[in-house]
Design a protein around this ligand. Structure first.
Ligand SMILES: Cc1cc2nc3c(=O)[nH]c(=O)nc-3n(C[C@H](O)[C@H](O)[C@H](O)COP(=O)(O)OP(=O)(O)OC[C@H]3O[C@@H](n4cnc5c(N)ncnc54)[C@H](O)[C@@H]3O)c2cc1C
Length: 459
């Protein structure tokens, strides 16, 4: 059916974050007529309140630590203080450069960019103010928002990542509620900036979605960095008075701080947008899809954080591109959720792809694992970092999980994801020569060890 016969557009996309704009750009490249509706800023959470600004803060944190640690490398440096206005100016410069670039891409792509808050009116129409945008296909990409806990009101000294990103001073004491990705990244930044930090996590370990060995190593590293954490403890309540926020735990303990950062996860932005009325099946506010990202309503797709699963920008990009290609009839290959790489940018960095040891045992039964200590890796020693690369393979089969922790390990995820997604056997990777001295070499060495021919392996 042609676009003209069924509506004004081939694709109408609701939400211009990672998922939505990727879908718009790819659709336009494929010659489809596209409308992209955005009520806030093009680029969404990732560009304005997520990945990019937080990684700028983490880089500033690394610079602060480097200044503190110069003597370790024979360089005389001193750390003076953090100039938050300067940090924000740097962060905002990075964001605004990327924002301008993205706006240019959308403009030059011939996409009809519609500013305003949109809602579905039936399965193939998005209404924005007095405009009705009708599409042969509609893509829902309205993203997510920071959640809080029942009875915990955000405001004043109680913040989510949204507010914490533009805080104008370094708080002396911070309690971080939640030891997941966002929680440990902010804990890492605040500690490097000079704050006393305590993380409270209800589950038994930090970064509970990662392999258990990675959590243990992170906890060891955080102890060394004097980042306090309480795991297996539930939050009971928080009160603010004067300059202090008092956080009470179900254990009866109470912690005083200048700032409580609530990092307990992100909920879908789907309420009041006409999804249910259009007949779309919802699951606790999320939009379930099949593996081709189709909702239960024909012609309506969903991408990004509103689709149950990993809430990551590159998953949104991948899904957006997939849907554009699907609509254009290219039959793209299904995106395997377990093959999507995950990086947590705290210090030390965590990078992983595929199954944890526990998941692999459950899925495959007999497995083998190998931990390669970065103590044997020259480049990691030059950087002065500790950590490891852990491999999980199906017994006598391919590598099904790679788990890494140590400075800059996020940069190693590229090869790791090829290994897992291309179902390489350790013996295949062991035969590849890795450049020396790189941290990448540690991946090669881990595979040499798992293939039964270790070179620089330390216990
Ligand atoms: C602090 C933080 C750090 C993060 N760090 C990383 C990281 O390092 N790496 C990573 O991969 N991911 C990271 N993420 C997650 C990442 O930001 C999200 O996974 C990603 O932004 C999801 O993309 P999306 O398109 O689904 O939604 P969003 O980016 O949330 O975009 C949705 C868009 O829809 C718009 N919208 C909503 N409702 C309407 C409406 N009714 N009408 C019009 N427009 C509407 C919103 O304004 C928004 O722009 C981080 C998130 C946070 C909060």
């Amino acid at each position: 059916m042609s676009a003209e016969a069924a509506g004004d557009y081939d694709v109408v996309i609701l939400g211009g974050g990672s998922g939505g704009y990727a879908c718009a750009l790819r659709s336009a490249q494929l010659g489809l007529k596209v409308a992209l509706v955005e009520k806030g800023e093009l680029g969404g959470t990732c560009l304005h309140r997520g990945c990019i600004p937080t990684k700028a803060l983490l880089h500033a944190a690394e610079v602060a630590d480097t200044a503190r640690e110069g003597a370790q490398f024979g360089v005389k440096t001193t750390f003076e203080s953090i100039d938050m206005a300067g940090v924000h100016a740097y962060k905002d410069r990075v964001v605004s450069r990327l924002y301008k670039g993205l706006q240019g891409l959308v403009k030059s792509g011939g996409i009809d960019y519609v500013e305003g808050s949109g809602a579905l009116d039936g399965p193939n129409t998005v209404v924005v103010a007095n405009r009705r945008l009708t599409g042969r296909n509609v893509v829902l990409a309205t993203g997510s928002h920071a959640k809080s806990l029942p009875g915990l009101e955000v405001g004043g000294r109680i913040m989510t990542s949204d507010e914490a990103l533009s805080i104008d001073h370094v708080p002396a004491r911070v309690v971080v509620l939640g030891g997941g990705v966002i929680g440990v990244e902010f804990a890492s930044v605040f500690r490097s900036f000079g704050a006393e930090v305590t993380i409270v996590e209800a589950l038994p370990r930090l970064v509970p979605a990662e392999d258990e060995a990675v959590s243990k190593q992170l906890e060891r590293a955080f102890r060394k960095r004097k980042i306090a954490f309480k795991t297996g403890v539930r939050f009971a309540g928080a009160t603010q008075s004067g300059d202090v926020v008092s956080v009470s735990l179900e254990s009866g303990e109470s912690i005083e701080a200048d700032l409580l950062l609530v990092a307990v996860g992100r909920g879908p932005v789907t309420e009041g947008l006409g999804y249910e009325a259009a007949g779309i099946t919802m699951d606790r506010g999320f939009v379930p899809t099949d593996e081709r990202l189709r909702t239960n309503v024909s012609g309506v797709y969903a991408v990004g954080d509103i689709v149950p699963g990993l809430q990551l920008a590159h998953r949104g990009f991948g899904q957006g591109i997939f849907v554009a290609e699907e609509i254009a009839g290219l039959s793209p290959a299904v995106i395997e959720e377990s093959g999507i790489p995950r990086v947590t940018y705290c210090d030390p960095e965590i990078a992983s792809v595929g199954l944890t040891e526990a998941e692999a045992r459950e899925t495959h039964g007999e497995i083998e694992t190998q931990e390669y200590n970065l103590g044997g890796n020259g480049r990691s020693q030059i950087l002065g970092t500790q950590g490891f690369i852990k491999l999980v393979r199906r017994k006598d089969g391919p590598v099904v999980g790679v788990h890494m922790i140590g400075a800059r390990m996020g940069e190693q995820i590229g090869e790791a994801q090829l290994i897992v997604n291309w179902e390489a056997h350790p013996e295949d990777v062991a035969g590849l020569v890795h450049a020396h001295p790189t941290q990448n070499e540690a991946l090669g060495e881990a595979h040499l060890a798992l293939a039964g021919k270790p070179l620089h392996s330390h216990a």
